[in-house]
Design a protein around this ligand. Structure first.
Ligand SMILES: [Zn+2]
Length: 392
């Protein structure tokens, strides 16, 4: 029966080993994969930048999903070069054609002064809480850490803001700002699932904070119990990675649009009307903005607010959830966010349709340099008032 030593000699004779210097040269070429086969606690202490992490015990099971191209150059490493030798042999058996094992592993790499980084670390509790995220190679620990470090501002703790806030909190977005100056009313509970009967009469931001705290202690809630206006919008927006817009009127949407262009913050838009809802993503200066889509507001009598128009309670749940999904896609760079596209949901028909939105080259807000965007207060007809926000 062969001993461990015999197996290692056989493995080494079947693979190619390279010193850290050659590995570093290979990794400078685009498309080369650094594959770390150490255990999670070792990986958390530090790893090669951008390394794909699959513990040795999961290699056969997970590698096809994580490294789909069988001809991709792969540098496998562990701590000292033994586990990676066996891993390289296994990869060759699985059909990977260009695999090397790094002699001396991560320890030698570090000793020789090559660059590495400490990836974000999740506590055991977080590994358990976000387990279903970690199973997605597109998210993994790096994505979850990114979410935990992300700051999302929700405009409104109402029909759209409720599901968006709950899902973003559950997903572990580390900072959630919430702007709302309303009080919870019993008539809100038909759709605003952040709130409940015990909290009727409370400030909405306070109620939202309690609901989120009960879901995820990782989330820091920043409450803004104010009316969003030209005088405070830039101060409130500054520092956030993304805005989830759940506002229900044109003047505020224009204000939000202009401030987001000025500060370069993506906005995930959602709107609802009776049985129909829409969602889109405005990526400043990369896709169309809200003004490209709606250059002028419709006459006030054609655009009643939700308070007047009525809405089926589930509808904002669907659109707000779509906003949470788009927000996470933008934060993690996943898939194709709804940039330049309007997703329209007709609940009665049971259909989703996507409309292309074009950027208007003459748009009053996004075709000019961002320092020239004027943040002004608008009245209900969306006519600008003279009031201007302080300069950023
Ligand atoms: Zn525009």
């Amino acid at each position: 029966m062969p001993s461990f030593r015999d197996l290692l000699i056989t493995a080494r004779s079947n693979i190619r080993e390279v010193l850290p210097a050659e590995a570093a040269a290979m990794l400078k070429m685009q498309g080369t994969v650094a594959l770390d086969v150490r255990e999670p606690d070792e990986f958390d202490q530090g790893a090669l930048k951008g390394a794909v992490h699959i513990p040795r015990g999961f290699l056969e099971i997970q590698v096809a999903g994580r490294v789909p191209e069988h001809d991709a150059p792969i540098v496998v490493y562990c701590a000292g070069g033994v586990r990676s030798a066996f891993a390289a042999q296994t990869l060759a058996q699985l059909g990977y054609t260009d695999v090397v094992s790094m002699t001396g592993g991560f320890n030698r790499w570090k000793d020789e002064g090559f660059a590495w980084e400490a990836p974000g670390v999740l506590t055991p509790e977080q590994r358990n809480r976000y387990h279903r995220h970690l199973l997605l190679p597109e998210v993994d620990v790096a994505g979850q850490v990114k979410l935990l470090r992300s700051k999302v501002l929700l405009l409104g703790a109402g029909g759209l803001g409720s599901p968006a806030a709950l899902y973003l909190a559950a997903a572990g977005v580390g900072t959630l700002g919430i702007v709302d100056m309303d009080v919870v009313d019993a008539s809100n509970l038909q759709r605003q699932i952040l709130h409940n009967l015990d909290r009727v009469g409370e400030r909405k931001v306070g109620s939202a904070k309690k609901a989120i705290a009960a879901i995820n202690a990782d989330v820091n809630v920043v409450a803004y119990d104010v009316r969003l206006g030209a005088d405070n919008i830039l101060d409130i927006f500054a520092g956030y990675d993304l805005i989830v817009d759940g506002t229900d009127n044109f003047p505020t949407r224009y204000l939000v649009n202009d401030a987001s262009l000025k500060l370069d913050i993506p906005v995930v838009h959602g709107s609802i009307f009776r049985f129909e809802g829409q969602a889109s993503v405005y990526l400043p200066h990369q896709g169309p903005c809200y003004r490209c889509q709606v250059p002028e507001p419709p006459p006030a009598d054609l655009a009643p607010s939700c308070a007047e128009a009525g809405v089926l309670g589930v509808l904002p749940g669907i659109i707000g959830s779509l906003q949470a999904m788009e927000a996470i896609k933008v934060l993690l760079g996943l898939g194709d966010p709804l940039v330049g596209r309007l997703l329209a949901y007709d609940a009665l028909e049971g259909t989703f349709r996507t409309f292309k939105l074009n950027r208007d080259p003459g748009c009053a807000a996004c075709s000019i340099p961002k320092d020239q965007v004027v943040i002004a207060e608008y009245d209900e007809l969306c006519m600008p008032h003279p009031l201007q926000a302080p300069a950023v």
